[in-house]
Structures are given as structure tokens and as C-alpha cells.
Design a protein around this ligand. Structure first.
Ligand SMILES: C[S@@+](CC[C@H](N)C(=O)[O-])C[C@H]1O[C@@H](n2cnc3c(N)ncnc32)[C@H](O)[C@@H]1O
Length: 201
């Protein structure tokens, strides 16, 4: 049976965690122009290289693995990159914690967990709800870049984006190549770029 005290404590913990995240995100990103966001950045291999190559862009990587984020932070500090941040957070929690007015120029999702079993597919990051939430933080020209080595996830993502009113798949070359850790283990991969559909609200 459910223990009401433990449930209340659990809800308090979640709400405290979300408000801590809101404060942290505001301190990192407030007053910045469009941001480059990597979801599931691992230990930051791709985004560190990206930030070095694009010193005028502000980049943030989020991951639910604390160990990977700590390794990313060490990389960032060693490279003394002021335009790069790593944050231990769930992607949707991060979206909900963003200060008003922050938008993304580019969103990268590289080799996300594939969740191959049908009953686990609800755990995939690329879902219609995610696309709707991300679109609210997208301006004219925002791009979403998706890459995976798991073809069924790629095909499902194509279909999900095709059906979604806020995003449109475009034919463009991949904007920045840096082999990620999971990419180095993959035999092949599939990539797509989607653009915020400008005529929709
Ligand atoms: C397969 S790894 C890929 C890591 C890196 N992008 C690469 O290509 O080497 C997927 C990463 O996504 C992270 N992740 C999974 N679900 C997430 C979520 N909801 N929010 C943020 N990160 C997530 C995992 O912790 C893991 O580091």
C-alpha cells in the first residue's frame, strides 16, 4: 500500500530538484542568444569539438549520466572554453527549466538510446511530445539534427517528424562532423536534419 508521507517526500524532492535546475540553467544561459543544445551528450566529445570550432556560439550538453557529465566538465575546463556548458539533467526537465526568451539555433541528438523492444519505445527521446516542446524554443531557421545506427529508430523518427506540424525534414549536408564515442563503435549510421516549420504557430 502507498505510504502518504513517503509519496509527499518524493514529490517534494522532485519539485526541489526542478527548481534547483531552473536556477542553474538561468545562471548559465540567461541573456544569451540562440543556443546549440546536445541531448544525451555523453562525456562531451562532439560538443567540445563543436565549441572549439564555433567560439561565438553558446553550447550546452545535457545527459542523465552524472559520471559522463563530470567527464565533459573536465574536458571543458582543460580546454578553457567559456562558450560550453555541461549539465546533469533529463532533456525534458531541462526544457521545462529554461528561462523565458531562450531559443535554440541547433539541437543535436546523436546515437540516442535505441530502446529496441516495442514495450520500451515510449522511453525514446524522439517522440511527438518532445518535438512539440522543442518547437516552442525554436526560432526561424532552427535545425534539429538526428543520427543513429539503429535503422528502425531512424525510420520511426522520419515518420514521426513527417507527421508533426512543427518540423520538416530538409535535405542538407551534416553541419559538423566529429565522431562520437558511440559512432566509433557503429558499423554504419543514418542522419537527418529537420527544420522548424515556419508557417506553423
Ligand atoms: C547511446 S549514448 C550516446 C552518447 C553520445 N551521444 C555518443 O554518441 O557517444 C546515449 C546517451 O543519452 C543519455 N540519455 C538517455 N536518456 C536521456 C534523457 N532523457 N535526457 C538526457 N540524456 C539522456 C544517456 O545517459 C547516454 O549518455
Amino acid at each position: 500500500m502507498e505510504n502518504p508521507t513517503r509519496t509527499a517526500e518524493h514529490l517534494t524532492r522532485i519539485s526541489r530538484r526542478q527548481s534547483d535546475l531552473t536556477v542553474k540553467v538561468a545562471s548559465l544561459l540567461a541573456n544569451h542568444g540562440p543556443i546549440v543544445w546536445e541531448i544525451g551528450c555523453g562525456h562531451g566529445h562532439f560538443l567540445t569539438a563543436y565549441a572549439v570550432a564555433h567560439p561565438n556560439e553558446i553550447c550546452i550538453g545535457v545527459d542523465i549520466s552524472l559520471d559522463r557529465i563530470e567527464r565533459g566538465v573536465r574536458k571543458r575546463n582543460r580546454a578553457k572554453l567559456n562558450n560550453l556548458h555541461f549539465l546533469h539533467a533529463d532533456a525534458l526537465d531541462f526544457l521545462n527549466a529554461l528561462p523565458a526568451g531562450i531559443t535554440f539555433s541547433d539541437i543535436y541528438i546523436l546515437f540516442p538510446d535505441p530502446w529496441p523492444k516495442r514495450r520500451h519505445q515510449k522511453n525514446r527521446i524522439l517522440q511527438p511530445e518532445f518535438l512539440t516542446a522543442a518547437a516552442k524554443r525554436a526560432g526561424q531557421g532552427t535545425r534539429l539534427h538526428f543520427r543513429t545506427d539503429y535503422e528502425p529508430y531512424f525510420r520511426d523518427t522520419e515518420a514521426t517528424i513527417d507527421r508533426h506540424p512543427d518540423w520538416k525534414i530538409v535535405t542538407e549536408s551534416w553541419p559538423f562532423e566529429e565522431i562520437t564515442v558511440f559512432q566509433s563503435r557503429a558499423v554504419s549510421h543514418f542522419s537527418l536534419t529537420a527544420k522548424r516549420e515556419p508557417n506553423r504557430a
